[in-house]
Write a protein that binds this ligand. Structure first.
Ligand code: NGF
Length: 293
C-alpha cells in the first residue's frame, strides 16, 4: 500500500450556482491541488460535506475527480453512513468507478456496541474488492472506539488502515503499536500534522490542505529529509492560520479562502454557517496577513 502517503486533502466539494456539484470547479481545484503537491484526495468526508449530500451526488463527485485525476494520485472515497446499506452501495460504486480505497466513519447517532461497529465494517469490506480505511473521529461521531477494537479490526482482510482524527497522539501511537507495521495510520488533525508524522503516521488526511497545500507539502518533505526544525517552523506558521479558522466553522472559512484564491466553490450547505459580509471582510484581512494563503 505504498501509494498511500503524503498530504491528502479532504476535498471541499465545489457547488455551482444551482447548488449542485460543480464539474468545472471540482476539476480546477483538483488540478491546482495536485500542482501544489497533493498526494491523493479524500472525498465526501467531513470537510466534503458527505453527510449533507445524496448518495447520487457522492457518486457523481467521485466520478468527476477520478476522471480528472486519472491515475496520477490515489482517490479515497468516503462511504461512511449511518446505515450499512448506504455504505455498502457507495462501496460497490467506488470499486466499479476505480477508486483506490474507501473509508468510513464509525456509524453515528445511534449508540452501537463494538460488535455492531465491527459488523458494519466487515459488511463494507465484503461488499467489494477494494481496500478500506476506517475513520476515527470521536469529536464528531461521539463514538470512541478503543485501541483493542482497532487491533481486532486491523486483522480483518481488506481493512488496511485508519484515519485518526483526535489530538491524542499517545492513543494514535498505541494503535500503531498494536496493529503492526502494515496497518496504515493517517494523521487527522492538521494542527498536529508534524507530531503525527513523528509518531509514525504514513501521511495526513485533512481539511486545511485545501487552502494551504504548498506549506504542508513542504512540511512533509522537510520531515522526511530529517529537517525537523524547519518543519516545525512551518507547522507553527500554518497553525497561526488554523487559530483564525477555528473562530469560524472550518468549512465556511475554507470556502471563503478558496473563493479569494480564485475557486468559486460556493457556500456550504445549511445548516453549516453561512457567512455575512462583516465575516467575509474579516477573513479577507486574515488572507492578506498570511502571504501563503
Ligand atoms: O474536521 C475535523 C474535526 N477534522 C479535520 C479532518 O480530520 C477532517 C481536520 O482537518 C477530515 O479529514 C475530513 O474532512 O474527513 C481539521 O479540520 C483541522 O485540523 C482544523 O482543526 O476535528
Amino acid at each position: 500500500h505504498e501509494q498511500f502517503n503524503g498530504i491528502i486533502p479532504a476535498l471541499i466539494t465545489p457547488y455551482g450556482a444551482d447548488g449542485g456539484i460543480s464539474d468545472s470547479v471540482t476539476r480546477q481545484l483538483v488540478r491546482h491541488l495536485i500542482s501544489q503537491g497533493a498526494a491523493g484526495f479524500y472525498l465526501s468526508g467531513s470537510t466534503g460535506e458527505g453527510f449533507l449530500q445524496s448518495t447520487e451526488e457522492r457518486q457523481q463527485l467521485l466520478e468527476i475527480v477520478l476522471d480528472e485525476v486519472k491515475s496520477e494520485v490515489p482517490v479515497i472515497a468516503h462511504v461512511g453512513a449511518m446505515d450499512t446499506a448506504t455504505a455498502v452501495q457507495l462501496t460497490r460504486h467506488a470499486h466499479q468507478a476505480g477508486a483506490a480505497a474507501v473509508s468510513a466513519v464509525t456509524p453515528f447517532y445511534y449508540k452501537h456496541g463494538p460488535e455492531q461497529v465491527m459488523r458494519h465494517y466487515i459488511d463494507i469490506v465484503e461488499a467489494a474488492d477494494i481496500p478500506l480505511i476506517a475513520y476515527h473521529i470521536p469529536g464528531l461521531t461521539g463514538s470512541n472506539a478503543s485501541v483493542d477494537f482497532y487491533k481486532e479490526l486491523s486483522q480483518v482482510d481488506g481493512i488496511i488502515g485508519l484515519k485518526f482524527t483526535s489530538t491524542n497522539v499517545y492513543e494514535m501511537q498505541q494503535i500503531m503499536d498494536s496493529c503492526g507495521e502494515d496497518f496504515l495510520v493517517f494523521n487527522g488533525p492538521d494542527e498536529i500534522c508534524l507530531a503525527g508524522l513523528t509518531m509514525g503516521a504514513c501521511g495526513a488526511i485533512g481539511s486545511t490542505y485545501n487552502i494551504m497545500m504548498a506549506p504542508f507539502a513542504e512540511l512533509y518533505r522537510l520531515f522526511h529529509e530529517g529537517k525537523l526544525a524547519e518543519a516545525r517552523t512551518l507547522q507553527y506558521e500554518v497553525n497561526r492560520v488554523i487559530r483564525e479558522l477555528l473562530r469560524y466553522d472550518f468549512i465556511a472559512f475554507e470556502r471563503e479562502i478558496l473563493r479569494l484564491q480564485g475557486f468559486e466553490v460556493g457556500s456550504p450547505r445549511k445548516p453549516i454557517q453561512q457567512l455575512i459580509d462583516a465575516q467575509r471582510a474579516d477573513i479577507y484581512e486574515v488572507a492578506k496577513r498570511f502571504s501563503f494563503l
